[in-house]
Design a protein around this ligand. Structure first.
Ligand SMILES: [Zn+2]
Length: 465
């Protein structure tokens, strides 16, 4: 199941993300708060696939041990950016890319930014500009370039001095600096692609797409195009490197391409609606991905019995695919058959090589829906396991709280509610529920201590004393 945790899109945050060349620099507030302003999408299948794309690249970039998180953003535009240890990729990019190689190229480029410490360096450059008291001009200009007019308001309101001439100079120096980082990231990307025996053609295709999109319509400018300015020279340089590579003609394996096609159809079905999915289905009728798309659209917009029979056919074709079992579970839940759904989700969990906590939480939900004391206890175990693998799953805590509540375990329900609020960024309610949980919990026990951590947490990242 593809789910969209509710969160607001902060226009200013997006403007900053766009401004900073795919390197999001949070000028104020914590990165955590920044991440919470992005509409995040969670899905076991897509997360596993994108991580499979990234794993060899991160290894080649020397980032394998750094625990880089990949976060999927619900946004139709083609964009990707990094902030801290997190790489954000828009669902729009995943849907537009026709091959895994195109996304792998984007990941390689962004990994180049992380490995090069560009965010930190850009921050230093901006710091320097700030000292010249021209940051307001700089951001104002940046926001206009990005097509967003809301970005500079906060800074202008902060009463920063504006020195137009100096601002222009600082802006030019930042832009020149950013261009050099883009070239560095491109070169790094090619190094990683060569090290992993992959072609850079996907990267070139992505860049070329922006150029033609731009020439076709002057108005529709993609953020990735703006945040990654591509003078002809840069593309030409990249093209030389790509064509020099012994792996230029290497294509993605059919199995990986199939997973990619299934991902695209899934995003189309859940995010774009029936028509968007139908367009992709028509492109490759009869393929497994198209059958998957038909099962999903039938589940989402049509009849559950028909969706179930289409999904059974998919399972027959790929008995070891955990996500077909997950879809079966989703259909059975909607059909109000929680016992059968739990069986399907349990299969999904056991088949999942990526060990996604999301599938365990789904299993927990089905067990909760069965509603017997025994199944509720099992639900608590499954959801706790799921959250254990995936600490920031705010929705998981909500289900956990509900399961504890139904079992009459009030303190644990309150603590889980506090966690849910905490990971949604609602620190005020997190504290209220943590304090309520502490009234029943024994002082010093693990739950009490966790509640105390939540109470002490200050959104700036500093612990209040
Ligand atoms: Zn870049």
């Amino acid at each position: 199941m593809l789910s969209r945790p509710k969160s607001t899109i902060a226009r200013a945050a997006r403007a900053i993300a766009t401004l900073a060349l795919g390197l999001a620099v949070a000028l104020s507030g914590s990165l955590n708060a920044f991440a919470q302003n992005v509409p995040v999408v969670r899905d076991a299948e897509i997360e596993a696939l994108v991580r499979d794309y990234a794993r060899p690249i991160f290894k080649a970039a020397g980032l394998a041990g750094d625990g880089i998180d990949i976060v999927l953003v619900n946004d139709q535009s083609f964009n990707a950016f990094v902030t801290g240890r997190r790489m954000f990729i828009n669902t729009g990019a995943l849907m537009m890319a026709e091959t895994p190689n195109e996304i792998i190229g984007v990941i390689a480029h962004e990994a180049g930014h992380i490995a090069g410490g560009h965010q930190q360096k850009l921050r230093e450059q901006l710091e320097r500009a700030k000292k010249m008291a021209v940051i307001a001009t700089l951001l104002g200009a940046g926001a206009i370039v990005a097509g967003a007019t809301t970005g500079s308001r906060g800074l202008a309101g902060a009463g920063m001095g504006v020195a137009a001439g100096g601002g222009e100079m600082a802006q030019r120096s930042i832009l020149a600096y950013q261009r050099s980082e883009e070239t560095t990231a491109d070169r790094s990307a090619i190094t990683y692609l060569n090290a992993t025996g992959q072609s850079g053609l996907g990267m070139l295709k992505t860049f070329a797409r922006f150029q033609s999109a731009l020439s076709l319509s002057g108005a529709q400018v993609d953020p990735y195009r703006i945040s990654h300015p591509m003078p002809q020279e840069r593309i030409a340089n990249l093209e030389v490197l790509v064509k020099e590579s012994p792996y230029v003609d290497k294509v993605d394996t059919p199995a990986l391409q199939q997973r990619h096609d299934m991902m695209r159809i899934k995003i189309a079905a859940y995010m774009g609606g029936q028509a968007a999915a139908a367009r992709l289905i028509r492109k490759n009728p009869g393929s497994l991905a198209s059958q998957y798309g038909q099962a999903q659209t039938t589940y989402l917009y049509g009849n559950l019995a028909a969706a179930l029979s289409k999904t059974t056919a998919l399972i027959k074709a790929q008995p070891k695919n955990p996500y077909f079992q997950e879809l079966r579970g989703d259909i059975l839940m909607k059909a109000n058959k929680p016992k059968d759904a739990a069986e399907a989700y349990a299969k999904a969990v056991s088949l999942d090589p990526a060990r996604s906590g999301l599938l365990q939480v789904s299993l927990g939900q089905a067990l909760m829906a069965i509603g017997t004391p025994d199944s509720l206890k099992k639900a608590v175990v499954q959801i706790n396991n799921g959250i254990g693998r995936d600490k920031e799953n705010a929705e998981g805590y909500r289900y956990l709280a509900q399961a504890y509540g139904e079992l009459g375990n009030v303190a644990s329900a309150e603590l889980a509610t506090a966690e849910g609020h905490f990971y949604s960024g609602d620190y005020r309610n997190a504290k209220i529920f943590a304090m309520r949980a502490q009234q029943t919990l024994k002082r010093g026990e693990p739950g009490w201590l966790r509640a105390q951590d939540i109470i002490n947490y200050a959104p700036s990242g500093k612990i209040k004393k």
